[in-house]
Design a protein around this ligand. Structure first.
Ligand SMILES: Nc1ncnc2c1ncn2[C@@H]1O[C@H](COP(=O)(O)OP(=O)(O)O)[C@@H](O)[C@H]1O
Ligand SMILES: CC(C)(COP(=O)(O)O)[C@@H](O)C(=O)NCCC(=O)O
Length: 371
């Protein structure tokens, strides 16, 4: 993305630039363009950003011709940190955020439920007005932008192998966009600004983290994911073989190793929670939720005749086991007909969409200038 004045993509004063915010149920995502040499990647970690922000900054920080695009996250429960961060950036933004055509002095584009929930807080604390953008509009705009503009944005993931897929511009639509945030939205996208939210499920990233905290005493998402690396879901899940005396159930295509019932082993084992390893619980939970989302996504793709399913949202977080499980679920249920694709900037679709709702020259944004 070019924030520089040479292309005229962002008509603004030399120092000021644009900031957009997506305030979700779990995380706040900030995206902002800045110009000049004043900032470095190190700035990204200077405040109380979450661990996943650090991870994503590692891959998402972009040097821009004439400017830079920055990505930042905060836990929504720590909105005060986000407010302090924005306050600290105010001078970098020429003393405020001036929206073209608006009488208001400080206005920033904002999406997600928090744009409503925290509107008064931003006004009181920062004297900033949140210019609310619809969450679904932003998700779709962000996804379309990335898929059209960014080389190597989408990839498949199977058995630990990431394969980048270059999407032909003329062959992008229709597709299913599945955003796995706190909850999950499934959106059939037919073109730029043309979409319908066709389904959703409340069993999403918030469920993984919420149940995971209750069941394992973990304090954070990163801790829970880390545990899942070391776990064995078969200790907790009831397999087909557990029911069929070690045999496959060939007639309906089930191998003995298939999960028959997530967490099903806990029915009969008469064990207390503390007798299970938190690693195994975390693994089983992650698998259950990823598999379920993969399956519902496939059913919606089938319902609308869609071959490509793009997965976004911070739940995925570039995590190998999550992506593998989703890919296997889509492949398994579609008998290889549909494909799960992941996005490098998965967690920032809404924030990028909100950023694009500024009066920015879209044609220059769509010339592949984001790396
Ligand atoms: N550092 C983190 N803290 C909390 N949740 C995280 C973190 N990193 C990833 N997640 C996962 O991402 C989900 C939030 O995804 P996101 O797309 O930001 O949704 P939302 O817009 O609802 O906040 C969480 O529910 C959790 O599963
Ligand atoms: C309400 C939401 C759009 C909010 O987005 P989020 O903060 O989870 O990213 C999302 O949580 C959702 O789509 N939930 C599923 C609700 C349902 O379809 O049953």
């Amino acid at each position: 993305m070019d924030c520089g004045s040479q292309t005229g993509s962002i008509p603004d004063s030399p120092r000021s630039s644009h900031l957009a915010i997506d305030i979700g149920g779990s995380l706040i995502k900030l995206v902002y363009c800045s110009r000049g040499s004043g900032e470095s990647a190190a700035d990204e970690n200077c405040c109380s950003s979450t661990e996943s922000a650090k991870i994503s900054n590692g891959i998402n920080f972009h040097s821009l011709r004439g400017g830079r695009l920055h990505f930042q996250t905060f836990e929504t429960s720590k909105v005060a940190d986000c407010i302090e961060f924005i306050r600290s950036k105010k001078t970098d933004f020429g003393g405020g955020w001036h929206l073209e055509g608006s009488k208001e002095k400080n206005v920033i584009k904002a999406t997600g439920g928090g744009a409503y929930k925290f509107a008064d807080l931003f006004k009181e604390q920062l004297d900033i007005v949140l210019d609310k953008q619809d969450e679904m509009d932003c998700l779709v705009a962000g996804a379309n932008f990335l898929l059209k503009a960014v080389h190597h944005e989408a990839f498949t993931y199977r058995d630990g192998v990431k394969d980048f897929v270059q999407i032909n511009d003329k062959d992008l639509f229709p597709y299913l966009l599945v955003n796995i945030g706190s909850g999950v939205s499934m959106i059939k996208v037919d073109g730029i600004g043309k979409f319908e939210r066709v389904s959703g499920t409340s069993v999403g990233g918030g469920t993984f983290l919420g149940l995971g905290k209750l069941l394992t005493q973990c304090k954070s998402f990163d801790e829970l994911l880390e545990l899942s690396h070391k776990g064995n879901n078969r200790v907790v899940d009831m397999l087909v073989g557990d029911i069929y005396g070690g045999n496959d159930y060939n007639k309906i295509g089930l191998a003995s190793t298939n999960i028959a019932s997530s967490f099903g082993k806990a029915i009969s084992e008469d064990k207390e929670l503390h007798e299970y390893q938190p690693e195994d619980i975390s693994r089983s939970l992650l698998r259950m939720i990823s598999n379920n989302i993969g399956q519902i996504s496939y059913l919606n793709a089938l319902r609308y005749g869609l071959k490509r399913i793009f997965f976004g949202g911070f739940f995925i977080c570039g995590h190998a086991y999550t992506m593998d499980t989703i890919s296997v679920a889509v492949h398994y249920w579609s008998k290889g007909e549909a494909e799960a694709l992941f996005l490098r900037h998965e967690g920032f679709l809404g924030a990028l969409g909100a950023l694009m709702s500024y009066n920015i020259d879209k044609s220059s944004l769509l010339q592949g200038q984001i790396s």
